[in-house]
Design a binder for this molecule. Structure first.
Ligand SMILES: C[S@@+](CC[C@H](N)C(=O)[O-])C[C@H]1O[C@@H](n2cnc3c(N)ncnc32)[C@H](O)[C@@H]1O
Length: 376
């Protein structure tokens, strides 16, 4: 899976355990991103609906959630991947834009990305293998990129991995089927049918996924957009339609309240981090409109960029490294009987109880540092 801001790699196993403890047979992952949580739920035999506003996330969803491994022709997939991997690279939009005008990929890899993406467009558009092949390509490109994890900038000297040859791998498809929707979470929360459990992992600050991952948007859209700035961002990043309420300080609390009020689920699991605009206690009050609430906290390392520090245009370190750890909070909202089954499961997974369901108020101010998160 790709490097992704806010990805729940460490939390996914415990979310799977919680869904099982809740007795969920159907689930919604409304801000699915890489789909790793949706994948974990699907592995537990739950029928999952994965949603996100991003085009690349929809592709991941069609590959990992919608596609049934048992129904995909493995030989056809291997033939397709072999054919794409054998293509000679050639100069195109990616090479020009992301290897010369900016430096996200080494030109040798950029030319291969151009060649492979073009053949996917020519031969596989609308084909059941299209999202699977695109996912392989994006994941391969991510393994040889020259960034610190987001695409607002690239590192001045090639990252060592950028000098490796791009390698297409077969994605690990999962058995069973699921559903995928691309769109705005506020609208989807109101329109999707009921599920047993909904997992909500919204952005909590100004960092836009559309611009942080604009290269993946462009690889999927394959529309050779005009671009601007050092990072060659898509011109439509300036368009209001590509902005999310969840990245606007004033709109975010209303958008999140709307989702929490309207999502049709017996149990809601809500991820919350302590770098948010929302105060934890305000969020507890908001969730309590649905029923009993418990909050647990996992101490975890911060995203890699924070650990690398701040650099100027010449690549020199100019700022101090920020906080290296943060607390991932998980809100559990549902009936008391279920919460009483789920909270011990979270604790067994490494969490501390921050708000106990019966008391409905904080029992500790923050989890103890050094309490390693689950699944690490
Ligand atoms: C914190 S990330 C989710 C990470 C995900 N749980 C994972 O493990 O990969 C938040 C996601 O919300 C999506 N997003 C932002 N605004 C949205 C909106 N208005 N509607 C739907 N999705 C949105 C972003 O594209 C991003 O993938």
């Amino acid at each position: 899976m790709i490097k992704y801001l806010g990805s729940k790699r460490r939390l996914a196993p415990v979310l799977g355990d919680l869904a099982v403890a809740a007795g969920a047979r159907t689930a919604l992952d409304l801000f699915t991103g890489t789909t790793r949580v949706a994948q974990e739920l699907k592995r537990r035999g739950i029928h999952v609906t994965a949603c996100d506003a991003a085009r690349y996330s929809e592709v991941f969803g069609r590959c990992y959630i919608e596609a049934d491994a048992a129904a995909v022709d493995e030989h056809a997939l291997d033939r397709a991947l072999g054919g794409l991997a054998a293509l000679d690279g050639h100069d195109g939009y990616v090479t020009q834009t992301f290897c010369r005008e900016s430096r996200f990929f080494h030109p040798d890899n950029g030319m291969r990305i151009d060649a492979i993406r073009e053949v996917i467009a020519e031969r596989y558009a609308g084909h059941e293998l299209e999202p699977v092949l695109l996912t392989s390509l994006i994941e391969a490109a991510d393994r040889v990129d020259s960034t610190t994890g987001v695409q607002m900038a690239y590192v001045k000297q090639w990252a060592p991995r950028a000098l490796r040859r791009l390698e297409l791998r077969r994605t690990a498809l999962l058995a069973g089927t699921g559903a995928v929707h691309r769109g705005d979470a506020v609208a989807l929360a109101r329109s999707l049918g009921g599920v047993d459990l909904a997992y909500l992992d919204p952005p909590y600050n100004q960092h836009r996924y559309f611009t942080n991952y604009h290269v993946w948007e462009t690889l999927v859209a394959w529309d050779a957009p005009a671009h601007y700035g050092v990072a060659c961002k898509r011109i439509d990043a300036r368009d209001p339609s590509t902005r999310s309420s969840f990245n606007r300080r004033r709109e975010m609390p209303l958008a999140l309240a709307d989702v929490i009020d309207h999502v049709d689920a017996e149990v809601v699991l809500l991820s919350y981090n302590d770098e948010s605009w929302f105060a934890l206690d305000d969020l507890v009050d908001l969730c309590r409109r649905r029923g009993p609430v418990a909050v647990v906290g996992f101490d975890s390392p911060r995203y890699v960029g924070a650990r690398i520090g701040i650099h100027n245009a010449s690549g020199e370190k100019v700022g101090t490294v920020g906080r290296l750890r943060n607390v991932e909070h998980l809100f559990l909202v549902g009936d008391l009987a279920r919460l009483r089954r789920m909270v011990p499961v979270a604790v067994a997974g490494g969490a501390q109880i921050v708000v106990a369901p019966a008391r409905g108020r904080r029992v500790v101010s923050a989890p103890a540092p050094g309490n390693e998160p689950p699944g690490g």
